[in-house]
Design a binder for this molecule. Sequence first.
Ligand code: DGY
Length: 320
Amino acid sequence: MKKTVFITRQLPDEAVAPLRERFDVDMWGSEDEPVPRDVLLEKAETAHALWTVISEEVDRELFGRAKNLEIVANMAVGYNNIDTEAAKEHGVAVTNTPGVLTETTADLAFTLMLAAARRTGQAEKALRAGEWKSWTPMGFTGQDIFGATLGIIGMGRIGEGVARRARGFDMDVFYHNRTRKPEAESMHGFRYSGLDDLLRRSDFIVVLTPLTDETRGLIGARELGLMKETAVLVNAARGGIIDEEALYDALRSGQIWAAGLDVFEEEPIGLEHPLLELPNVTALPHIGSASIKTRLAMMKLNAETITDCLEGRQPANRVV
Ligand code: DGY
């Protein structure tokens, strides 16, 4: 009897083909509609492997029902959608997709810095709405990136990628992280900073830390109050790290200049969400790792870890 794999989102044939040769593969039939919870639970009851995306809650209830489950392969570097404690207790391996998405996600974080600072979304919207009447001396003026100070919160691989890009823009780079990165400091001149100092001195603040119990609500009203009035805040990590109500107040009152957000507390964000009313918010639908090459590379890693685990080898990129 072949082992079974349930894939929670429709993926390209080329990504799934290596698994079909070895296992019974069952796949949810939509690329954009998440699998309903009851279907996920039912499939998990018999599956040996689950290949998930970040919108699935892989929680204690699921692990309790999944009697055959050996591995959950999550198509993301972040895995806050998975109860890792419960996975450990049930002896299920959990893998993610680090490394392959570093540069693509760093590109997107930088895109958000540029777009929010230079108001490109707002300007394009005005052009398309027929509001471009003439060249305007102070029209759509924004903040300079070149030569500015960048503060990175969460100096993992992606943080370092953003910091490296910033050197090309002659930016001064500070970072805050649980552990210091002596190599990045000596090799590139990035400087470590306490969180409050980083918030006070930075023109651009980019959040790239994982969402954990420690980082939930890390940037709230107090932290926003420390930032410059010209500051641009970017979140390319996870919603929940920045308090959205406090952010709304800070952006509306002009306490900070702009925000570039790829992630939200609730995804997809509702169209009635107050943040979307603000012209100084650049909002994207969680596309940090969304290049064709990178998404296929993430899928390849997932397929390899599933194959290794189900065939009795140690899978790479285990987080549990
Ligand atoms: C990740 O990898 O964690 C991203 O947020 C999903 O693309």
